[in-house]
Each structure stands twice: as C-alpha cells, then as structure tokens.
Design a protein around this ligand. Structure first.
Ligand SMILES: CC(C)(COP(=O)(O)OP(=O)(O)OC[C@H]1O[C@@H](n2cnc3c(N)ncnc32)[C@H](O)[C@@H]1OP(=O)(O)O)[C@@H](O)C(=O)NCCC(=O)NCCS
Length: 316
C-alpha cells in the first residue's frame, strides 16, 4: 500500500500513550499468535514512556489513527531500533520505510552514533525493500524456534570433570567473559556488538536480568557449566515469555569446552527447569547460518516457526 495522502510521520513525544494503545493491542495479539510471546510487560513499559513524552521515535498518523510507530534508544556509540510496528491494514514497504527513514535520519544527525542495530520481528518488508538515503544495512537471516517440553532427554553424557550449577549473580563477571570468548569471530557478534567485549557482554547480561525485552529472567532455570578448576566454561540464560512458555535468551560454551556435550547438557537443564516451573514449551532465536547451534536445537525438538532479519548499519 503506498502512503495514503493522510499518512504522515510525527514525533512520538507528540503522541499520547492513549493514542498509541490501540496499536500496541494489535501488536500484542500478533506476538502471542505468531510467537507465543506475551508482549504486555514491554507494551506497558512503552506506554509508560510514551505517556511521559520520553519515548524517542516517530509515529505514522493517518487521520486520527496511529497506524505505525518506531522507537529507538542509544547507548554509547550505538543506536538500537527497539521496535517498528505498522498495523496490518497499513503494513507496506512504503509505510515501513517512512518510519525507518525518519528514525535513521534522526540517528544520523547524532554525530556520536557510529552504528545502528535492529531485530524487528514484525517488519513486513525484507532488507532488499529498504529504501533509505544512506548505505543499505547488512542483513542476517534469523529464525525463531519453538519446542514442546514433553520429551526431553533424561541425561546428556558429559565428561566427568564438568559440573553444573544454577545461576547466581555471583557468576555475572565470569559469564560475561564466557560470552565474549565464545562469540569471538562469530556472526552473532556482528549482529550484536555487545558480544565483542567483556564489558559489552556484561551489559547484555544486565539487560536480560533487569528488563523485560527477553521476557522475565528466570534465575532458577539458568545454568552455568564449570570445569575441574571451577572456571565457568558455559552458560544458558532462560526467561519466561508467557505463563506456559519459556525462552532461551542465551546459550554459549567457550571454544575449548565445545563439542563434548556441555551445550546440550546446559540446554537440557534449562528446559527441564522451565518444565518443572510450569512451562509446556520454550522458544529461542538463532542466526540461520549457525548450523551447529541449529543441529543442537533440532535434536531437542525445536522447529523454526518464524523468520526475520537482523539489520546492522555500520557505519551508519
Ligand atoms: C552452540 C553451542 C552452545 C553448542 O555447545 P557445545 O558444548 O559445543 O555443544 P555440544 O558438545 O553439546 O554439542 C552439541 C552436539 O550434541 C548433539 N546433541 C544434541 N542433543 C544431544 C543429546 N541429548 N545428547 C548428546 N548430544 C546431543 C548435537 O547434535 C551436537 O552435535 P554436533 O555439533 O556434533 O552435530 C556452542 O557451539 C557455542 O557456544 N557456540 C558459539 C555461540 C553460539 O553459537 N551460541 C548459540 C547462539 S543461538
């Protein structure tokens, strides 16, 4: 659908929370239908910021209807497109490009920003349809996978010198080191540059633990793997995204400990804990070129139910 004569981009702080609420209702229903994900906690946070006039971004208004919106946050030298959603009846590359370009133009006006990342689950257009003034983004196909938790393996054979413990905040620094090491040279560190340093990985963990972006953190379903010396060599972070749905927000093992079952056992423990706490299914996202991880997930019953792209503008 080309932009109607009435469709215009306006600053989000000029839109009240009440005006944005109907759009978020439709978006919530779509998250639940497509991804089994209760988007309500994040929608409430978005509405709260919108009501205070501090949600940075743009809305697409058509007459009295807020037909789309996009917001961004910035951290250090990086901009993050938090969400871009256009109502089904208005969803078209033309409308999505209007919002995307408004955000990118704004971010380009901030000289301290070098990079922008986005993982927009409900973007209708693909990266080839992005028509922005600057250079096109790098696009990384990703998939959202779901598994039932009724047939988990009872055990995974692992070397006797590995042991596993449940999460405690005590492990935060060690887990950040594991993430930075496991993702060195990995495609996922091109998608999320927090993986490129220990300090960035620490911020990534803090986001999982504190904010509802990846669901509600489930410390009792999060596990670490330790070697004989007591060093953390692998982590699996779990969260709850709906009453009956868990989510694996992160799993990685340092290269030296890969290939001997640590990843499979971490995943098995997190999924088993999620099941014990009432979840009947679990989901995760993975980069489509990460065939090693996908093999592991498929062995646990995960199947792709949604495809999307991670987008990176670097330099912006
Ligand atoms: C993906 C990753 C976590 C796997 O961890 P790992 O410790 O190397 O995995 P494992 O040794 O458990 O090996 C998984 C293997 O176990 C197999 N497996 C699956 N279920 C199993 C089970 N119940 N029992 C035994 N083995 C099983 C898998 O098929 C896979 O075999 P293959 O790779 O030889 O084909 C690890 O490679 C890693 O950290 N990679 C970098 C970060 C990353 O990509 N994370 C995932 C992002 S979505």
């Amino acid at each position: 659908m080309p932009p109607g004569p009435g469709a215009a981009v306006v600053e989000l702080p000029l839109i009240g929370g009440a005006e944005l609420a109907p759009l978020l209702e439709e978006e919530k229903a779509r998250w639940l239908r497509l991804l089994h994900w209760d988007f309500s906690p994040l929608a409430e946070l978005i509405l709260r910021y919108a009501a205070m006039g501090t949600l940075e971004g743009f809305a697409l208004k058509d007459g009295g209807t807020v037909a789309g919106y996009a917001y961004y946050v910035s951290e250090g030298g990086k901009g993050l497109l938090g969400d871009l959603y256009v109502l089904g009846a208005w969803r078209s590359p033309a409308h999505e490009n209007l919002l995307l370009n408004a955000v990118l133009d704004r971010l380009r006006s901030m000289p301290w920003l070098r990079r922008v990342e986005a993982q927009l689950m409900h973007l209708g257009m693909h990266s080839g349809q992005i028509a922005s003034a600057g250079r096109p983004p790098a696009a990384f196909p990703r998939q959202f996978m779901l598994a039932a938790l009724d047939a988990l393996p009872a055990t995974v054979p692992v070397p006797g010198d590995l042991h596993f413990e449940r999460w405690s905040a005590y492990w935060t620094d060690a887990a950040a080191e594991v993430i930075a090491e496991a993702y060195e040279g990995h495609v996922d560190s091109e998608i999320n540059n927090q993986y490129q340093s220990v300090a960035g990985a620490r911020r990534f963990i803090e986001n999982i633990v504190r904010y509802p972006g990846c669901g509600y953190f489930a410390p009792d379903c999060t596990w670490v793997a330790l070697n004989r010396e007591g060093c953390v060599v692998g982590v699996c972070f779990a969260s709850r995204i709906a009453p009956a749905t868990g989510h694996i927000a992160q799993i990685c093992v340092v290269p030296a400990a890969q290939g001997c079952g640590a990843g499979a056992e971490l995943l098995r423990r997190s999924l088993h804990s999620l099941r014990l706490s009432g979840a009947t299914e679990a989901s995760l996202t993975v980069t489509s070129s990460n065939s090693r991880a996908i093999r592991l997930y498929e062995a646990f019953g995960f199947r792709a139910i949604h495809h999307f792209e991670a987008l990176v503008w670097d330099p912006l």
